[in-house]
Design a protein around this ligand. Structure first.
Ligand SMILES: Nc1ncnc2c1ncn2[C@@H]1O[C@H](COP(=O)(O)OP(=O)(O)OP(=O)(O)O)[C@@H](O)[C@H]1O
Ligand SMILES: [Mg+2]
Length: 197
């Protein structure tokens, strides 16, 4: 039986999967995708933590230019789903992962690293913490003019937060810089680093 407002998902709408969830196109809106947590408590817990961090960002009215926004919950034929902005290129193809562009020469590395540095400064400037920075959680959006923009689709927030520590002056910035630079060392050979104090 189909219930009112239930979104029917099928393999044709499947975009990609990570370890914790599967991502589908919203059949009624190409610019939205629906994440379905895979079996197990941990997947739902992680998604809920991400969502509570989005609530904080919404409250702070942070501009989400480089982060795919969270839009709300829904019921689907595969269970409860979480709706996000879907990151697509100018030709409407779902944007590819940073990992793809690191593995290929589709985009000149200097251009790619320069844009990644912009992303790092955006995160620092808006005090946005990322707990799970890796090359499959960032998509590279291509524009018709040949411009590119990295967009974070997963892993925002601070999973290991000791809340009061983040209230100390400069603590959040230091954490963002530390995490970013660890990531930049690992996947970009130390390019696009943030200056550490
Ligand atoms: N907003 C989005 N727009 C387009 N594609 C997306 C979006 N969100 C996720 N994807 C695709 O789906 C994949 C899996 O999504 P996501 O990273 O959220 O899953 P996960 O299981 O939490 O990942 P991880 O294995 O990193 O924990 C991503 O790597 C990306 O390819
Ligand atoms: Mg992921």
């Amino acid at each position: 039986m189909k219930s009112e407002g239930m979104i029917e998902l099928n393999q044709e709408l499947f975009i990609a999967a990570g370890i914790y969830c599967e991502c589908y196109e919203n059949p009624s809106n190409k610019h939205e995708c629906i994440k379905i947590p895979l079996e197990g408590k941990k997947a739902s817990k992680r998604l809920k933590e991400d969502i509570s961090y989005y609530a904080k960002l919404h409250k702070r009215k942070v501009s989400l230019g480089y982060v795919a926004d969270y839009l709300g919950e829904c019921q689907t034929s595969l269970g409860k789903g979480y709706i996000y902005e879907c990151v697509r290129d100018y030709d409407l193809a779902v944007s590819r992962r940073l990992q793809h562009y690191l593995d290929t020469d589709d985009i000149e590395k200097d251009v790619l690293y320069h844009k990644m540095e912009e992303l790092a400064h955006y995160l620092l400037g808006h005090k946005i913490l990322i707990s799970d920075l890796h090359a499959r959680n960032i998509l590279i959006q291509l524009s018709a003019e040949g411009d590119i923009k990295p967009v974070i689709v997963d892993g925002i927030g601070d999973r290991v937060a000791i809340e009061f520590m983040n209230k100390l002056p400069g603590a959040v910035e230091a954490k963002i810089t530390r995490r970013w630079n660890r990531f930049a060392q690992k996947v970009m050979g130390g390019r696009a680093l943030l200056p550490s104090k």
